[in-house]
Write a protein that binds this ligand. Structure first.
Ligand code: UGA
Length: 440
């Protein structure tokens, strides 16, 4: 099949590349000529494990191309995916759909023969209907259907999530469109991926419901972690103890500094607004949004407490800036609350992130950018782990201790074992588990 993908952000680029890996002919379109030129030279605009290799091999095989010419790509396509951004609108938290609607109008002008227009961007319920109205108004003669097909890709694991998804959700009432979508996802039938066919507005809601549920699960375990700290219980064991119940499940029960990223914060807020406007408020999700924002703001205080109540004039090493590992994405990362709060409290902050430094430089000021994990620790009064990159999981603790002025670690991702840390001579603060003092 011939596929056009409009928008070469993270979702569009990964989806387009993976469809070409399935054997379809894909053109990824973007208005940003510099980005397209870069992609044509094999330069990735984002860091996503495995993406570069897949782009190169499919481009070489002639199945994947990048272009600024939306008209040409749409004209030849059986299916056109809208994968443009839907940022939170300033002020009210609603998703900003102006890019989606602008894409719909441009697509309409170029439609040639029966075309399935698919919304891949995360869009509020009713957006598919509006996209259909726009295309119909722009091109009354066009033969098309508008389908919702939300993505469930995690950054850092997006290729695997696309190639081996838990499910595919397709929202349309048109049998003709269903046939095209079945054909597009045919390779997944071989691995027996469940495909949920439903109505368009239900499909749109499934995406928000999935993300808000996961955000709620994380927030639940984060509050449970606070309670564990007061009751001297261990949140990791609580997570395991409840997670082994198949009805609950073990995933997304890692307590931490609060969820971030380009999806959970934006989607929880957008669904809260949609529900309020519909007169059917989601009180649980409203609370989740509020608790998570406060949690991220409160994390710096943990560092300050671990430093004896003040960080003025102290040196704090920070490992990890991105909202999670294996990405260079800084959007709504807890580090954006933690680092400025430490700077404001008078600390000298030295940071390192394996992939996020370039992006972080635009967002954080007044800190020292270091070359590697150990480099951050020189003369540090405390070390804080904000993101659980693999390379931070097995630090040489003797070396860390030698480099630091005082062996104080605040592990906001629970990647170390409290007993081991005490044995290694550290004062160790973590999340939802008792603090320990150096034994050595
Ligand atoms: C999320 C969803 O997991 C994807 O299914 C979805 O497609 C995507 O949003 C989207 O809507 O595009 P992503 O934002 O890449 O994916 O990252 P997650 O792995 O879900 O992590 C989100 C945040 O939750 C991170 O800050 C992470 O550190 C935090 N988290 C996650 C926890 O604090 N604890 C956990 O147990 C899991």
């Amino acid at each position: 099949m011939h596929v056009a993908v409009v928008g070469t952000g993270y979702v569009g680029l990964v989806s387009g590349t993976c469809f070409s890996e399935f054997g379809h002919h894909v053109t990824c379109v973007d208005k940003d000529a510099k980005k397209i030129a870069g992609l044509n030279r094999g330069e990735m605009p984002i860091y996503e494990p495995g993406l570069q290799r897949l782009v190169e091999s499919n481009a070489e095989a002639g199945r994947l191309g990048f272009s600024t010419d939306l008209g040409a790509a749409v004209k030849d396509a059986d299916a056109v995916f809208i994968a443009v951004g839907t940022p939170s609108r300033r002020g009210d938290g609603h998703a900003d759909l102006s890019y989606v609607y602008a894409a719909a109008e441009e697509i309409a002008k170029a439609i040639d023969g029966y075309t399935v227009v698919v919304t891949k961007s995360t869009v509020p319920v009713g957006t598919g209907a509006e996209v259909e109205r726009i295309i119909r108004a722009t091109r009354p003669d066009a033969d098309f259907d508008v389908v919702s097909n939300p993505e469930f890709l995690r950054e850092g694991a997006a290729i695997e999530d696309f190639m081996r998804p838990d499910r595919v959700v397709i929202g349309t009432e048109s049998e003709r469109a269903r046939e095209v979508m079945r054909e597009l996802y045919r390779p997944l039938y071989l691995i027996e991926t469940p495909i949920v066919f439903t109505r368009r507005q239900t499909s749109e809601l499934i995406k928000y419901a999935a993300n808000t549920f996961l955000a709620t699960k994380i927030t639940f375990i984060n509050e449970m972690a606070d309670l564990c700290e007061v009751l001297d219980a261990d949140v990791q064991d609580v997570a395991r103890g409840i997670g082994l119940d198949g009805r609950i499940g073990r995933k997304f029960l890692h307590a931490g500094p609060g969820y971030g990223g380009s999806c959970f914060p934006k989607d929880t807020l957008a669904l809260v607004r949609t529900a309020q406007d519909a007169g059917s408020p989601l009180r649980i999700v409203e609370t989740v949004v509020e608790i998570n924002a406060k949690r991220k703001q409160s994390m710096a205080q943990r560092v300050i407490d671990a430093c004896g109540g003040g960080v003025a004039g102290k040196t704090i090493a920070v490992l990890g800036l991105t909202f999670k590992p294996n990405t260079d994405d800084m959007r709504d990362s807890p580090s954006l609350d933690i680092v400025p709060a430490l700077v404001a409290a008078g600390a000298r902050v030295r940071v390192f992130d394996p992939k996020g430094m370039d992006e972080a430089r635009h967002l954080l000021d007044g800190i020292e950018w270091c070359k590697g994990a150990y480099d951050t620790m020189a003369d540090a009064d405390a070390l804080t782990i904000v993101t659980e990159w693999n390379e931070f999981r097995a630090l040489d603790l003797d070396r860390v201790k030698e480099l630091m002025k005082t062996p104080v670690m605040i592990d906001l991702r629970n990647i170390y074992n409290p007993n081991d840390m005490a044995e290694a001579g550290f004062d160790y603060t973590c999340i939802g588990r008792a603090k320990v003092s150096a034994r050595a």
